[in-house]
Design a protein around this ligand. Structure first.
Ligand SMILES: Cc1ncc(COP(=O)(O)O)c(C=O)c1O
Length: 389
């Protein structure tokens, strides 16, 4: 019998989603139609940001952010090492220099104390910006980072790919949703199938700045505008101008239709992720050689990932795989990738991230993970860990 493995993450597609896509396929627009604006409006409302710009994927979105913020060759930008490669690569696309800052050993997010030391040690103006990642779905306490960023004249990109719907509660008791534009200049979300909202490929940028929003729209479509107010000349109804060197980073209308339909279930999906995390927490809380993700009372974790630390990570990974449970590792520290080592980074540079990597393992986490599967995962993890002390 062929057993279907349990992946670490997967999409949830309903009949309603399929209908929404089919309707759009039957409509007049496959791309550049009304569904895109509808998706952007709904997503902006979901995050609380003033503007949203849908893009072909989050990697393109991050690149657009870097272009919009004017990253130039030689500009130094600070990035955490525990993230997907795209977070840092967007700076390299523009010729900028990626400088890594180590993570906090509890939250696995960028360590603000280390960031502060880096900024204090460098001449004023040495860095242009910071990219902060809501890693695994844990919202960065952006208010503190914003204070520091303002002090040093830095912009902030929030890589919120793991955290739509997540928030932290500030000192005034206000819920600050990931990507709400209050603290970061720009935020980016991904709609890859393992993420909370799936459109196949897809992404969204949110911001509260009209100026940045206009630039993002321009760069998303080749740097071309037809807006009569912005044109240098006007030869008639067909006339457009390419005013900047832009890209084709558009999403299609049928993907946007899927996104709109998925967004309606986003909160229900988050709730389910929370329930699965509670069950894992309960099962693993007092297990020797295993630790569960840190949470604090003032955050609402979006649980894109449920990351444990386990003494014998390779052994557990292999054992689970033999039992058709496909756990995953997030992430191999970015500064240790051959490409980034080639740029002068090396082992030993970021000890907390490197120690984290030695023992981290992401257990399956997605809203349609059945109770039976959750119990099977728990049973297998406990069995392996108790027999391999
Ligand atoms: C933190 C983070 N940033 C960026 C990306 C890139 O997203 P996409 O696959 O939509 O380009 C991912 C995707 O895995 C991610 O996890």
């Amino acid at each position: 019998m062929i057993v279907k493995p349990i992946p670490y993450g997967r999409q949830h597609i309903t009949e309603e989603d399929i209908q929404a896509v089919v309707e759009t396929l039957r409509s007049d627009y496959l791309t550049q139609g009304p569904k895109i604006n509808e998706f952007e409006t709904a997503f902006a409302a979901y995050t609380g940001a003033n503007y949203a710009v849908a893009v072909s994927n989050a990697t393109a979105g991050l690149h657009l952010c870097a272009v919009t913020l004017g990253v130039k060759p030689g500009d130094k930008v600070i990035v955490p090492p525990i993230t997907f490669a795209a977070t840092a690569n967007c700076i390299r696309y523009c010729g900028g220099e990626v400088v890594f800052c180590d993570i906090d050993k509890e939250t696995y997010l960028m360590d603000i104390h280390k960031l502060k030391s880096m900024l204090e040690a460098a001449p004023k103006g040495a860095y242009k910006g910071i990219i902060l990642v809501d890693f695994a779905g844990y919202p960065v306490y952006l208010k503190e980072f914003k204070k520091l960023a303002d002090e040093y004249g830095l912009w902030i990109i929030e890589d919120a790919c793991h955290a739509p719907g997540g928030y932290f509660v500030d000192e005034e008791g206000k819920k600050q949703y990931c990507g709400n534009g209050e603290f970061a200049d720009l935020a980016v979300f991904s709609f890859h199938p393992v993420k909370h909202i799936a459109t196949g490929e897809g992404g969204m940028i949110t911001t509260n700045s009209k100026e940045r929003y206009d630039k993002l729209c321009l760069y998303r479509t080749h740097g071309i505008t037809k807006d009569p107010v912005l044109l240098h000349e006007n030869h008639g109804g067909w006339y457009y101008e390419m005013q900047e060197l832009g890209y084709n980073y558009r999403i299609t209308d049928f993907q946007a239709a899927l996104g709109i339909s998925q967004l309606k279930r986003a909160d229900a999906g988050l709730k389910k992720r929370q329930e699965i995390a509670q069950r894992y927490n309960q099962a693993f809380a007092r297990v020797e050689n295993l630790s569960i993700p840190y949470v604090s009372d003032d955050i609402y974790h979006a649980y894109h990932l449920y990351v444990i630390q386990v003494k014998d990570r390779l052994g557990l990974y292999d054992y689970l795989r033999k039992n058709h449970i496909h756990a995953q590792v997030h992430y191999i520290p970015l500064h240790l990738m051959p490409y980034y080592q080639g740029l002068g980074n090396k082992k030993g540079d970021l000890p907390v991230a490197e120690a984290y990597y030695e023992h981290c393992l992401s257990l399956p986490m997605y809203p349609t993970l059945s109770e039976e599967n959750v119990e099977c995962i728990i049973k297998n993890v406990l069995l392996y860990v108790s027999c391999n002390k």
